[in-house]
Design a protein around this ligand. Structure first.
Ligand code: ATP
Length: 226
């Protein structure tokens, strides 16, 4: 049957109107750790995403050198970290790293915006509380549902977060989702410190990532930002 065959059944209306839920999870990921992977999986489950792009931010070359890992290393570590993603919904995007020029979040959201797509952007508390000051904040709120996942146990922040939610909804018509799942407490800063002092990384970082760091002697430089 050719593509023009008029006897071919039409796609069902449901297929035609299907909206994809796309998650965007940006960060330095230097290195990616088990806290990031847990956050990504919570984001997938809680929002019911069809696909989640992990988007490492571009670092200026001098910062990458001080940091102890190149852009290529950060990308490769992310690819290794998601390699056993059985549902096949996690993807690493090199878009921010590959594009030239200044990286603003709105450019990334515009890049991923397509008809029949709803964008969800994952943020931590510090980012959430300052979102209205970001470059083209109104457009960020227009293009994406902001998804907050907290990593700190500081309940005194509840009132500040609630106040921000109210203000963003009022001023920008923001759509905001809060993921209420306990985080896995670890940070890249802590991991870089452990690596440079030879401490164990067990359980804190996916094994293939730990292997890559060891093989390529990443973060061992005394200049590493720890
Ligand atoms: P660093 O210690 O160098 O600041 P980091 O561990 O915070 O790094 P980033 O790459 O800066 O890692 O994090 C990217 C995003 O992931 C941020 O929004 C951050 O809040 C979030 N995040 C980092 N660690 C965790 C964690 N353990 N649980 C949940 N979210 C996390």
């Amino acid at each position: 049957m050719s593509d023009n065959d008029l006897t071919k059944p039409d796609p069902s209306p449901r297929q035609l109107s299907r909206t994809e839920r796309i998650g965007i999870y940006g960060g330095t990921f230097s290195p990616v750790h088990s806290g990031h992977i847990r956050a990504a999986n919570c984001f997938l489950d809680c929002v019911g995403l069809d696909r989640l792009y992990m988007v490492p931010t571009a670092l200026p070359p001098h910062k990458a050198a001080v940091d102890g890992a190149s852009d290529a290393d950060r990308l490769e570590m992310l690819r290794l970290a998601i390699a056993d993603d059985r549902a096949g919904k996690l993807e690493v995007s090199d878009w921010e790293i590959s594009r030239q020029g200044k990286s603003y979040t709105i450019y990334t959201l515009e890049h991923f915006t397509k008809p029949e797509r709803e964008l969800y952007m994952l943020v931590g508390t510090d980012m959430f509380l300052t979102l209205d000051k970001w470059y083209r904040a109104a457009d960020i709120f227009r293009l994406a549902t902001i998804t907050l996942m907290r990593r700190e146990n500081d309940r005194s922040l509840d009132a500040v977060i609630d106040e921000c939610r109210r203000r963003y909804a009022e001023d920008f018509g923001a759509r905001i989702v809060v993921i209420d799942r306990a985080p896995f407490e670890v940070s890249s800063t802590e991991l870089r410190r452990r690596i440079s002092s030879g401490d164990s990384l067990e359980g804190l970082i996916p094994d293939p990532v730990a292997g890559y760091i060891k093989k390529n002697r990443l973060y061992t430089n005394s200049k590493s930002r720890i």
